[in-house]
Design a protein around this ligand. Structure first.
Ligand code: ADP
Ligand code: GLC
Length: 503
């Protein structure tokens, strides 16, 4: 049985800002079901400590260069027996609110220090130096917040190997050189073939350069990040490492996202009782104070209001719907500018547009269940979970042909209607014209009830389960462990000599 340490900066239901939390809240359980001995390691944020009062203390220790004791506390993930280790260091993590940004949306000024501490603790756990009496065979790191771990591990001959998963290359953990100098990291790591990126410290390069394998959350995104368009200057490094880079699409947590059992929605339904979905539509219209109208095409969006998600395209679209039988409801938080513009549009057109600025787990479920169409015009999307939830809820997604959206939604054409594979509408250019064309197509097909039902049912049949994806992760773990046992230890010095400059 492989022992896996799963490092993440968020995990549902403990703490969530986006899809990483959904992944970290479900994939470890699926891996445990496949026989892994898996433990999650997560910072003990203020909000987590407040909600989980009776936590067991499993270790206490000091970290060189860090003032104050570090306490490792433990809990379990949801109803499972997957253990979650919480890194409790009040100065770094006790503050309440978002894990990464303050109440004004600005990154916490000490993020580099906070997540370096997190990574150093993960390193100690990985080396079994905190008296847990448990040494992982492999450390699975996710996104920049735990990306220094592969770099730290590679400096130690007896350390386990690592996998680094890129959930979003746009977030890299970049900090000035002056910050690097204060973090107590090996000076040799300040190099273009290590953590330096154009004069800055790049956390994510720790994963991209030093992990034994790298994966991202869809096959298409794994290709896209090797191009200048979506590589953010890291495409050269990713091309260099393409032999260890792959894609595994995310799954759906069926215990949380299932229209048959979802306790957060007004009316449960399945693919055989689809007419009941309308109850959720009417409830949602009421919630958003939109006129009750079964026949209007109700569009929805849930997500972070950031450029990635193509919010500008949604705003442009909303300016053109006045004469159409369309309604729209949105739930999200993010950039102030988007929040203000969307709120203004809703005020100007309250019969068609409803906007809720905020984070609301229950409402997210109600939108998935209540709308006819889910919009995801993302400019890029590593995987995307909402289109998967939409498919599961018989809600037809309209998506831009990128990343995980391209991998998971099948466009509606005469052929895909005929062979029962069509699940949504996929447009190729991130332009208002292309989005509008898909919306027009959806409007037209919506009036053909039988074809629309087909789309809903095809989507509900799609199998994006964590069990399937977890099997792929397990294979990847086995490949890493096999390679590790047959290969001589690759020291950090080897990386220096083999490394290319200019990454
Ligand atoms: P990303 O990770 O880029 O934000 P994903 O589609 O992978 O995008 O995952 C987003 C997750 O966060 C989904 O579960 C979505 O429902 C949830 N989510 C995003 N914004 C909100 C919000 N304002 N309220 C409730 N849930 C939200
Ligand atoms: C990121 C991506 C999103 C992905 C999620 C979970 O936040 O933006 O596309 O679904 O991570 O992997």
């Amino acid at each position: 049985m492989s022992r896996i340490l799963f490092a993440t900066s968020e995990a549902h239901p403990l703490i969530k800002t986006g899809g990483l939390a959904d992944v970290a809240g479900a994939l470890p359980i699926a891996l445990q079901n496949l026989g892994c001995d898996i433990r999650i390691v997560l910072p003990a944020y203020g909000d987590v400590l407040e909600r989980y009062k009776s936590l067991e203390t499993v270790a206490e220790f000091y970290l060189p260069g860090t003032a104050g004791k570090i306490i490792l506390r433990a809990t379990q993930l949801s109803d499972s027996t997957v253990k979650v280790l919480l890194v409790d260091h009040p100065a770094a993590f006790a503050r309440k609110g978002n894990p990464y940004v303050d109440e004004h949306g600005e990154p916490w000024p000490d993020n580099a220090e906070r997540f370096t501490l997190f990574c150093k603790v993960i390193q100690l756990i990985a080396l079994d130096q905190v008296q847990l009496d448990w040494k992982p065979d492999l450390v699975h790191c996710n996104d920049w917040q735990s990306a220094l771990v592969p770099a730290l591990l590679k400096q130690i001959p007896s350390a386990p190997p690592s996998l680094f998963t890129i959930h979003n290359l746009a977030y890299q953990g970049l900090f000035p050189q002056s910050t690097f100098n204060t973090l107590g990291l090996a000076p040799a790591l300040w190099a273009p073939h290590a953590l330096e990126f154009h004069g800055h410290l790049s956390f994510i390069k720790g994963g991209l350069v030093f992990a034994d394998r790298i994966n991202t959350v869809s096959t298409q995104y794994a290709k896209e990040i090797q191009t200048p368009e979506l590589g953010y200057g890291l495409e050269g490094l990713l091309q260099h490492r393409q032999h260890v880079l792959s894609g595994i699409v995310n799954g759906i947590d069926g215990a949380v996202w299932n229209p048959q059992t979802d306790t957060l929605i007004s009316q449960n339904y399945s693919s055989t009782t689809l007419s009941k979905k309308k109850v959720n539509k009417l409830a949602l219209q009421k919630l958003y104070k939109l006129p009750a109208n079964k026949d209007a095409l109700l569009l929805g969006f849930v997500g972070r209001l950031v450029e990635q998600k193509g919010i500008d395209l949604i705003i442009e679209l909303l300016k053109t719907i006045e004469d159409l039988p369309i309604q729209f409801c949105l739930l999200g938080t993010g950039d102030k500018q988007y929040q203000q513009t969307l709120t203004k549009i809703a005020k100007q057109n309250p019969n068609q547009v409803g906007v809720n600025i905020g984070y609301n787990e229950k409402l997210a479920h109600q939108i998935e269940a209540g709308v006819d169409v889910f919009l995801m015009p993302s400019r890029f999307e590593p995987c995307g979970l909402n289109q998967l939830y939409s498919l599961r809820y018989g809600t037809v997604p309209i998506v831009h042909n990128v990343g995980g959206l391209a991998d998971t939604v099948i466009d509606t054409t005469p052929e895909t209607i005929k062979n029962n594979t069509a699940t949504g509408f996929v447009f190729n250019q991130p332009t208002i014209e292309a989005l509008r064309q898909s919306v027009d197509q959806a409007l037209e097909i919506y009036t053909k009830s039988r074809t629309w039902q087909k789309l809903m049912k095809n989507g509900m049949k799609a199998q994006f389960t964590w069990e399937k994806s977890a099997k792929e992760y397990l294979n990847l773990y086995h490949e890493i462990l096999k390679a590790q046992s047959t290969r001589q230890y690759t020291s950090y010095q080897n990386y220096q000599f083999n490394g290319r400059t200019g990454f």
